[in-house]
Design a protein around this ligand. Structure first.
Ligand code: F6P
Length: 341
């Protein structure tokens, strides 16, 4: 069988482990030919192919990013790009497609599956907000990076008697903020799940510094927003594909805190540092498990499904049920972060 493979949307550590598993398992166990598409859906539209073999996947486990390249591009019926996808798949005699991606890529995958293409998807995003799976590839590494950053910021905050605002990624959900905030011992964690009240933030910091502390760490997800009608003036800056132009909320918050408390305040925006570098063993293992499961599913004739981690098991869930949905941080986890502040 000729199996197409692409990685779409923002990159993350662990993608190469999934690519490696698809190629190794597909060739070794099933004798399939794996045809990679460069730069996500854009490569399918352009017919930009990379026939993959063992030589491409040597020593890729510790390497971040994606060896296939990626792009924020989603084919649409309206502009003819969906037709171009179908034409390339036919020209390349692709019988089934494995798509590794986050919300946008999976949404596009479900549209292409509806058009009759056999598709199995693999969830990846450092934001961990894909519905239907406990974990997505990349999240574990991002939490590690953010936690290490918070640990480092801690010592300098304490030395200088400062408030440190650390902005982490998380457009629609605060998974990185909450997990790294708990692990790094942040005093405040602000996430998109609960709009925050800047007056309460200021009150809390003033009280803490008056009572016993000389420094504070505030972790804020890039998608966190002040409560409507509150006294902080702020509008989210969004890019072409709904991605947040990083830096917006962290800067604004730090400015507001310094103005209203008089405490020396600095901001650290982790940005794409969270998406780069070598994946943790957990992400390498997750990518490998998803890659093997996707290849098994394709070979058994499954379609329109996504690999998902459910507890200890990798299962398949219907793509149509999860595409376009956001998995939010449950309130009990958010409470842990707030309780330990
Ligand atoms: O991949 C998701 C994400 O990390 C978001 O948290 C962030 O808003 C976005 O990517 C940034 O995307 P880009 O790399 O296109 O700037």
């Amino acid at each position: 069988m000729r199996v197409g493979l692409l990685t779409g949307g923002g990159d993350c550590p662990g993608l190469n482990a999934a690519i490696r598993a698809v190629v190794k398992h597909g060739e070794g166990r099933y004798g399939h030919s794996i045809i990679g598409f460069r730069n996500g859906w854009k490569g399918v539209v352009d017919g930009d192919v990379l026939p993959m073999g063992r030589q491409h996947i040597r020593n890729v486990l510790p390497v971040g990013g994606t060896l296939l390249g990626t792009a924020r591009f989603h084919p649409k019926a309206e502009d003819g790009s969906l037709d171009a996808v179908m034409a390339t798949l036919e020209a390349e005699r692709i019988e089934a497609l494995i798509c590794i991606g986050g919300d946008g890529t999976l949404h596009a995958a479900s549209k292409v599956a509806e058009a009759g293409v056999k598709i199995v998807a693999i969830p990846k995003t450092i934001d961990n907000d894909v519905a239907g799976t406990d974990l997505s590839i990349g999240f574990h590494t991002a939490v590690n990076i953010a936690t290490e950053a918070i640990d480092r910021v801690h010592t300098t905050a304490e030395s200088h008697n400062r408030v440190m605002v650390v902005e982490v990624m998380g457009r629609h959900a605060g998974w990185i903020a909450v997990n790294s905030g708990i692990a790094g011992g942040a005093e405040l964690v602000l996430a998109p799940e609960e709009p925050f009240d800047i007056d309460q933030v200021v009150k809390f910091l003033k009280h803490r510094h008056r009572a016993h502390a000389n420094f504070s760490i505030v972790v804020v997800a890039e998608g966190a927003e002040p409560r409507e009608g509150g006294s902080m003036d702020y509008t989210t800056q969004v890019g072409k594909y709904g991605e947040i132009i990083a830096g917006a909320i962290g800067d604004r918050l730090a400015h507001e805190i310094e103005q209203r408390t008089g405490f020396d305040t600095r901001v650290t925006i982790l940005g794409h540092v969270q998406r780069g570098g070598s994946p943790t063993p957990t992400d390498r293992i997750l990518g490998s498990r998803f890659g093997v499961a996707a290849m098994d599913a394709i070979s058994e004739g499954q379609s329109g499904v996504m690999t998902a981690l459910r507890g200890e098991r990798v299962e398949l869930v219907p793509l149509a049920e999860v595409a376009g949905k956001v998995k939010h941080v449950p309130l009990d986890l958010l409470r842990v972060a707030q309780t330990l502040a």
